[in-house]
Design a binder for this molecule. Structure first.
Ligand code: ZN
Length: 138
């Protein structure tokens, strides 16, 4: 894995959380994006070579809404950048890790993403993300 690409933080209300994190990080939110496949609206901040991703549910029954119901707002997942997401999935599967989705799907920020099950990663929800072919902007 190359680096921590971003940390995902679950929030109730981006209208409150975005100005808070702009003050905290002293940097403006550079993008907000709805990810229909996850029922979330995301907001991104650049911090050095990593990012902070705030996630607000667009659906009261969505995964982020359920997470906040159970645990409150806060740290939701750690995302690692990988070069070859398919090779990394194969490697982790052969090591016995369990996946929530082992077929990568389009995520926020022009990425292909997949999630490992926290049961197999010490309680941490881990996201793998790779640039989506043909959409790299960095
Ligand atoms: Zn993420």
């Amino acid at each position: 894995m190359q680096k921590i690409e971003h940390l995902g933080i679950a929030v109730r209300d981006l209208a409150v959380a975005v100005p808070l994190f702009e003050k905290l990080l002293n940097t403006p939110c550079y993008k907000q994006e709805v990810v229909d496949s996850e029922n979330v609206t995301t907001a991104f901040f650049q911090t050095g070579e990593s990012k902070i991703e705030l996630l607000q549910s667009t659906d009261p029954g969505g995964v982020i809404a359920k997470f906040i119901e159970k645990k409150g707002e806060g740290m939701h997942h750690v995302a690692f950048a990988v070069n070859d997401i398919h090779a990394e999935i194969a490697r982790l599967k052969s090591e016995g890790f369990q996946f929530i989705n082992e077929t990568p799907k389009p995520g926020a920020d022009n990425k292909l993403v997949c999630f490992l099950h926290p049961k197999s990663t010490g309680g941490v929800l881990v996201e793998l993300c790779a640039e989506r072919p043909g959409t790299s902007e960095e």
